[in-house]
Design a protein. Structure first.
Length: 266
C-alpha cells in the first residue's frame, strides 16, 4: 500500500501525477498538496472519483504552511510516507525572456529578478522536503523526487543557443545540486533522491494565445538543433508515465542524479 505526496498538484504535471498514481491501484494513498483548495477545480473532481486521493492545503514557499501540511499528511498516513514528489514550479514571465546582460544594476531589482523561481525551486524544495522528511524516514520505499528542467543543463544551453530563462535555469540548477546534497546526507538512512527532467511538456490548458504559439515555435527551432526529429511538446500523460518509471527504478546507485524521464535530449 504505497503512499505518495505531490506538491504543485492543482494542474499540469502535478495533477497528472496524482491522477496516474491514484489510478494505478486503489491501495495507493495519494496526497495532493496545493496552495488553495478550490471545490470546483478539476483536482477536486478527480478526488471525488478516486477516494484514495486526499487534498491538503500547503504552500511550499511558506515554511509554517508546509509544516502544517506535513502534519496533516502524518495524521492521514499514520506518520509514514513512501514517496515525496516536489513538483511545485514558478516562472516569472515578466523576466523569462531576459538574458544575463539584462540583469539590472540595482540590488532590489536584481533580488526580484531571481527570487520567484528560486523561492520555489530551491527554498521551497528544501522546506517541503524537510517538512515531509520525518514521514519518509519511517516509510518503506524512502524516495524523494524533485522535478527539474533541461533548461538547467549546460549541454542543452550551449547546444540550443538558449540564453533566456536565466533565473529559471539557475533556480533549477540549484535544485539539482540540492538534490545531490540530500542524497549524500540521507544515504545512511536508506533514502534515495532524484531530480527528474520531464521533457518539453505541453501543460497549457485551453487555447494558446498567439504570442505563446510564436514563442513555442522559436523554442522548437532551437531545440531541433540538438534533436532534429523533435516535432513539438510531448503530452503531459506521456511525461508523467515516464517520470513514474524513473521513480520506480530509482536505487541507491542512481540516488542524487539528474535523470531525463526518457532519453529526450531536451
Amino acid at each position: 500500500m504505497p503512499s505518495y505526496a505531490v506538491t504543485g498538484a492543482s494542474k499540469g504535471l502535478g495533477r497528472e501525477l496524482v491522477r496516474q498514481l491514484a489510478a494505478q491501484s486503489p491501495s495507493n494513498t495519494v496526497l495532493a498538496i496545493v496552495r488553495s483548495n478550490d471545490a470546483s477545480s478539476p483536482l477536486s473532481a478527480l478526488a471525488k472519483a478516486h477516494p484514495n486521493i486526499h487534498i491538503i492545503t500547503g504552500n511550499v514557499t511558506d515554511p509554517q504552511s508546509i509544516l502544517a501540511a506535513a502534519q496533516e499528511a502524518s495524521d492521514i498516513l499514520g506518520g509514514k510516507l513512501d514517496v515525496f514528489i516536489h513538483n511545485s514550479n514558478s516562472v516569472d514571465m515578466a523576466t523569462f525572456s531576459h538574458s544575463p546582460t539584462q540583469v539590472p544594476f540595482d540590488l532590489e531589482a536584481t533580488k526580484q529578478f531571481y527570487e520567484e523561481p528560486v523561492r520555489t525551486a530551491v527554498w521551497g524544495a528544501a522546506w517541503a522536503t524537510n517538512a515531509f522528511l520525518p514521514l519518509i524516514e519511517k516509510g518503506d520505499v524512502k524516495k524523494i523526487a524533485h522535478i527539474t528542467s533541461s533548461m538547467a543543463n549546460n549541454d542543452v544551453i550551449l547546444g540550443t543557443g538558449i540564453d533566456y530563462g536565466l533565473a529559471y535555469s539557475i533556480a533549477k540548477a540549484g535544485m539539482n545540486v540540492q538534490i545531490a546534497k540530500y542524497a549524500v546526507e540521507l544515504a545512511p538512512k536508506g533514502i534515495k533522491t532524484v531530480a527528474i527532467c520531464p521533457g518539453w511538456v505541453d501543460t497549457w490548458e485551453g487555447p494558446k494565445p498567439p504570442q505563446v504559439v510564436e514563442a513555442l515555435n522559436v523554442m522548437l527551432t532551437q531545440f531541433q538543433k540538438m534533436e532534429p526529429e523533435l516535432k513539438g511538446q510531448i503530452p503531459v500523460e506521456q511525461s508523467v508515465a515516464e517520470q513514474l518509471r524513473v521513480i520506480e527504478a530509482l536505487d541507491a546507485a542512481k540516488s542524487g542524479s539528474v535523470i531525463k524521464s526518457k532519453e529526450y535530449k531536451v
